[in-house]
Each structure stands twice: as C-alpha cells, then as structure tokens.
Write a protein that binds this ligand. Structure first.
Ligand code: MF3
Ligand code: CO
Length: 247
C-alpha cells in the first residue's frame, strides 16, 4: 500500500533529503584515488551525524556501514572495507539519512581521475536514465512508464538494466511500497497518486544484467565482471510533475 504524504510530511522530508544531497556533493569533492572504501564510509557517517541526522543504512537488515560503496563491477550494496580506490575506477555511493522521523535516499556514481570511455559513457547514461524515467511523470502516471523509459534509454545505448533490484517508496520507512522497477511496459502497473514519495534509481550495466551476491550476503557484482553504475534521487509525485528532494 502506498503511503501518500501530506504537505506537512513532505516538508519534514526535505531535511533528511537535503542531508543526502549535501553529503553526496561533499563525497564528490573528497573522493580520490588512494582512499579506501572504508574511508569514504567514515566521511559519510561523520557528515550525516554532523547534520543532526542518522545514517539509516547502518544496521539496516544487518548492513554494517553508513554507505554502500560499490566499485566497478560491484553494482550496489558494496560493503566498505580495505579496497583502495584507483585512477580509472567508477564508485557508486548510496546513502540514506534519517531526520524528523523520515528517511531520504540517494546515490551517485563518481569517476576516479580519468576513466575509460566506456565507463564515462555508462556513468553519463545512467544519470540520463534517471531523467528519462521521470520525464512526464505526474499524478496518474502508470508505474510501468518509469521502468519502460529507463530501460529504453539504457538499451538504446547498448547497456542493460539490472533486474534484481528496484527503486521504492520512502517515508517513515526506508523501503515502502511501491517497488519501482527500471524495466517494464508502458501503461502497466498502478497509477502513482499525488503525494507519493519514491526513489527512482537506475542501476545500469555495461554488459549483461545478471548479478550475483557475494558470500557476505550483500555485495552485488555483475556476473560478467563488467562495470555497472547507479544514480538515485528521492522525489515527490505532484499533480503537474515531480519535485526532486535530493537535488
Ligand atoms: N539506499 C539503498 C536503496 O536505495 C538501500 C541500501 S541497503 C542498506 O534502497 F542496507 F545499505 F541500507
Ligand atoms: Co533507494
């Protein structure tokens, strides 16, 4: 069941979402070759707490860190650790902040120094897939339209859409209804009501879409070992369009 938010609740969600936005920008400035993924996570945790928010990934379903830090062939849910970032890596950083009784959620994929032309294109197209997905979305839009447009844009550029993970509703819980797939059929699915708050998060692979989860139970890697990217924002569905809260 979709929990529609009142204007008052949306106002309260602006704060955790602003923390997510600012934290992602901060990480974009700080992230560099030679850092470990654990150091990225430490910056995230310190930043979120300094804003009076709680890093809601920490402990979620047993996840052991404040950010998912996913390098190259890791698509999502990378556990921060001793891996050292190197020039040419792409690094997806996905984080959630809890404040005012609500969660915000967002992700970006960063390039470390100069990356290959393929990775550069993948990161760019993944962000474009987000905008393709939300293009024209407003109250009454069938959910399937989002996935259809994301998939179309990715596949037009020779990339594929991860099937095993989706976007989601968000609010008092990090994950609420509905699931928001990045693939689908135009006109299919429920119609989004005004006041729905959802995370649209294309996860796009340079190669084939199959993923496997490592024995740690979290780290999702591309089965073919090729790179993948992630881009996510939290947004409100309005009568006349969407309002993005994490930009
Ligand atoms: N931020 C992620 C999402 O988009 C959730 C990460 S799972 C966690 O849904 F365990 F790390 F929280
Ligand atoms: Co999310």
């Amino acid at each position: 069941m979709i929990v529609v938010k009142s204007e008052d609740e949306i106002a309260r969600m602006r704060e955790p979402c602003a923390v997510v936005r600012d934290c992602l920008a901060y990480i974009g400035e700080k992230i560099t070759a030679g850092m470990t993924t654990r150091e990225v996570d430490a910056l995230v945790e310190q930043f979120i707490r300094a804003q009076g928010a709680i890093p809601s990934c920490l402990g979620y379903g047993g996840f052991p860190a404040s950010a998912c830090v996913s390098v190259n062939e890791v698509v999502v849910h990378g556990i921060p650790g001793e891996r050292v970032l190197r020039e040419g890596d792409i690094v997806s950083v996905d984080l959630c902040a809890y404040k005012n009784g609500f969660h915000g959620d967002g992700a970006r994929t960063f390039c470390i120094g100069k990356v290959s032309a393929e990775k550069e294109k993948l990161v760019r197209i993944t962000e474009e897939c987000f905008y393709a997905g939300i293009d024209g979305v407003k109250a009454g839009t069938p959910l399937g339209d989002i996935g259809f447009r994301v998939q179309k844009h990715a596949e037009e550029h020779g990339f594929s859409v991860i099937r095993a993970y989706t976007g989601h509703g968000i609010g008092r819980e990090m994950h609420e209804d509905p699931a928001v797939p990045n693939f689908g059929r135009q006109g299919a699915g429920i119609r989004l009501p005004a006041g729905a708050v959802i995370c649209v998060e294309p996860m796009i692979a340079a190669g084939k879409w199959r993923v496997k989860v490592l024995p740690d139970g979290w780290t999702a890697v591309m089965a073919d070992g090729r790179p993948a990217a992630h881009y996510e924002n939290t947004l409100v569905v309005r009568e006349d369009g969407v309002e993005i809260l994490t930009l």
